[in-house]
Design a protein around this ligand. Structure first.
Ligand SMILES: [Zn+2]
Ligand SMILES: [Zn+2]
Length: 475
């Protein structure tokens, strides 16, 4: 009896953290910046006075000037050298234009009020944004380039800004900006989003579960794109023995590099798996990079899975195509290796269904056939075996899995036993039992580790010939 390695698929399961960090600072414009505003205000200001970074054109910051939109406030932020974009952002005045244009309007109005202000020429760099808003067009170009050829509808932006810039911006804005001015990070994300929408109006920007996650590092202007996976739920039938459920790396080389002699360079212990028979055609048709396979439990390699099949979720990574008629996908899968694996009931699902499917425990029906070491009358066999119907088994962790499971005794109920068939020294029967029952052990007793067992009630050695899963009573 062969066993698949435990957790062979777990390295593919991503956690949910990505969208937590990615979401920081984008979308929730009002609340997100709380971390750098109220509580830290005092400290930040103190640090501020210690430094000498904030002299611009000979004018140090005048902490006593009123905040925008007061004319003196606007005059003051012009003196310290804010760019037009930031002037508009924190000015608190209605303008005809937005962004740089709006700031230019405010600047010209201020110059008209006080011509002395024109002496404060454009500074080298804006103390609020370090001229970040000049890069918006460039960043948008990079984003568009990075998603070239990828089909998607929704996008989430994550912006990484240096913490010290965020802190100093926050200190100036909360002191001199008009009340409710948008923080730097949210404004910057909005500026990128607005520019993106000019180019591709059909994109929707979301805070959760985007098709594409884009992170922008403002220090390097590096843009990283993460195409989120798509998920398909379905049920599979495994019609032959000898195929593992998931891809199983070669025991000798562990699937590293170019494989080895024993796996003929494939890196695989078994050339085929349910995962790849289902996943390969989907990978091709959606132009994806790889798949992960999440089954509702798994059968042993030598066990077939029949009936309506075993529920699974196929995770398709980096798909260039995210939408397709499921009947088309089903046809592709079912024509890949129809003698071996078939699927039904496909539907698009999401990441949450992965844990739901993996955690569901349901009753199963099996048929098992075994050989006994000495003859028995049909009546005795049928009577003894049927008597196990309704019995609760005590099963110690089987020897065959003890290397990867903690030793413990579990109680599992046999719901029904039916169709006992005696053919010479071979016996076959069907049963329905609780999730997690070791069915082979129920028959051969695993040297007494399972009690009672077929072997104990008929007082014969039993050698299991084959086992089929007839039905998984789930979903
Ligand atoms: Zn600026
Ligand atoms: Zn190998």
């Amino acid at each position: 009896m062969t066993e698949e390695p435990s957790g062979s698929n777990t390295e593919n399961i991503e956690d949910d953290d990505w969208h937590l960090y990615a979401n920081a600072g984008y979308g929730a414009a009002e609340s997100v910046e709380a971390e750098t505003s109220v509580e830290e205000d005092e400290d930040t200001e103190e640090e501020w006075f210690d430094g000498d970074d904030f002299y611009h054109q000979g004018a140090s910051i005048d902490w006593d000037s009123p905040p925008c939109p007061a004319p003196l406030g606007i005059a003051h932020v012009i003196k310290i050298g804010v760019c037009d974009f930031c002037l508009h952002r924190i000015g608190g005045r209605r303008t005809k234009s937005q962004g740089f244009g709006g700031g230019a309007e405010l600047r010209n109005e201020a110059y008209a009020r006080d011509s002395e202000l024109t002496k404060f020429e454009t500074p080298e760099i804006c103390p609020l944004c370090e001229d970040l808003f000049d890069d918006v067009g460039n960043i948008v170009e990079r984003i568009i380039h990075s998603v070239d050829g990828v089909g998607f509808k929704s996008m989430q932006l994550g912006i990484h800004l240096p913490k010290d810039l965020l802190q100093s911006e926050d200190a100036i804005r909360t002191k001199h900006g008009s009340q409710g001015s948008r923080p730097l990070k949210a404004s910057f994300a909005q500026a990128i989003q607005d520019e993106m929408l000019l180019r591709s109006p059909e994109i929707s920007f979301v805070k959760d579960y985007p098709d594409i996650m884009v992170t922008v590092d403002t220090l390097t202007l590096r843009v990283d794109t993460d195409v989120r996976p798509v998920f398909i739920y379905g049920r599979y039938e495994k019609l032959v023995r000898g195929i593992p459920q998931t891809r199983w790396p070669c025991r000798s080389c562990r699937g590293r590099g170019d494989g080895c002699e024993s796996c003929e360079g494939t890196g695989l212990q078994y050339r085929e798996s349910v995962q790849d028979i289902i996943g390969d055609p989907v990978k091709t048709i959606l132009d994806a990079s790889d798949t992960s396979f999440h089954g509702m439990g798994r059968e042993d390699i030598d066990v077939r899975c029949l009936g309506s099949g075993r529920p699974f979720v196929l995770e398709i990574k980096n798909p260039k195509l995210r939408e397709l008629e499921l009947s088309l996908i089903e046809d592709k899968i079912n024509s890949n290796d129809p003698e071996k694996v078939k699927v039904n009931s496909l539907k698009w699902c999401n990441k949450k269904d992965v844990s739901r499917v993996k955690e569901t425990r349901s009753e199963k029906s099996y048929t098992i056939r075994f050989r006994i070491d000495k003859p028995i009358t049909e009546e005795e066999a049928i009577e003894s075996i049927e008597a196990l119907s309704g019995v609760t088994l005590e099963q110690e962790t089987p020897k065959r899995v003890s290397h990867r499971r903690a030793a413990k005794t579990r109680k599992r109920r046999v719901t029904t036993i039916s169709n006992v068939l005696v053919e010479g020294q071979e016996i076959q029967f069907s049963l329905r039992c609780e999730a997690g029952t070791y069915v082979k052990e129920l028959v051969h007793s695993d040297e007494g580790r399972t009690s009672p067992s077929v072997s104990s009630v008929i007082d014969r050695e039993c050698e299991v010939l084959w086992l089929d899963v007839d039905e998984i009573h789930a979903d």
